[in-house]
Write a protein that binds this ligand. Sequence first.
Ligand code: SF4
Length: 281
Amino acid sequence: MSEIHYQDIVEEVKGMCQRANTDLGDDVYTAFKKALSAERSETGKEVLTQLIENADIAKAEKVPMCQDTGTAVFIVELGQDCHITGGSLIEAINEGVAKGYGEGYLRNSMIYNPLNRKNTGNNTPAIVHLELVEGDEMTLHMTAKGGGAENMSAMKMLKPSDGMEGVKEYILSVVKVAGPNACPPLIVGIGIGGNFERCTYLAKKSLFRPVGARHPDPEVAELEEELIGEINRLGIGPQGMGGSTTALDVKVEVESCHIAALPVAVNLNCHASRHQTVVMK
Ligand code: SF4
C-alpha cells in the first residue's frame, strides 16, 4: 500500500497545468515538422511554420501557446493499493488547477453553469475521469482541452446496418462540418462502441495517446491510417486555409456494445493539443 499526500497532488497538478499550456509535447511538435515537409499548399506551409514558431515562443518565454487555455480534463488511473491522505483526490486536483491557472496567469475559462454563465474565477472545476487499476501507483493524465474543437465534436447512435462505411461517412461529415472552427490541423479522437456515455469517453480517452502512436490492434490501426488519408483529402488544411494537412493524427478506441447498437463519437482536438502525464507513488 502506498500513501500519496493531498498537498503533493496539488503541486503536481499545478505544474501539469502550467507545462501543458506552455510546452507543446514533442509528439505534436514532431507532427508539425512532418506535416510541414509534406504539406502541398503554400498557405498551409506558412500556417504550419507559424504554429511551430508559436510553440517555440511559448516554450522559451513560458507564455500560453493559445489564448484559450482550456478546460482541465484528467484521466486518473488510481492503483487499488494507493491511499490518498490529507484530503480528497478531487479537491486536491481542483486546488492544483486553481493554483496552476492563477499563478501561471492562464485564462480562467470555466463558468458555474450554462444558465448563469458566471465565471468561477479559477478555471475549476476540472473534469476528472477515474479508472481503478491494479498496483500502488497513481497516474495522472491531463489535457487542457480547447473550447473551439470541443464545440465541433459530435456523437451519433448509428444502426448496426450502417456498417463500417456508415461509421467512416459519419466521421468525415463531422470533420467537414467543423471545417476551420475546430482550429486544424486536428487530432481526431474516435470512440466506437460502448453505450451512449461510454462512447464519448472512449473518444476523449483516445486523445491521450501520443500523436503518431498507432493502436496496438492491427485492425484498429489500419482504420486509423485509412481515416488520416481520407480526412487529409478533404482539403480543409491548417487553420482551414486549404491544404493537405487537416489532421495530424486520428485515434480510434473500440469497445463492446449491444447487438442493436453502433455508437460513434468524434472528439476533435485542435493543434494546441496539450497533454501531460505524471506518475505518483
Ligand atoms: S480550439 Fe484550440 S487552438 Fe482553437 S482557440 Fe481553443 S485552444 Fe486555441
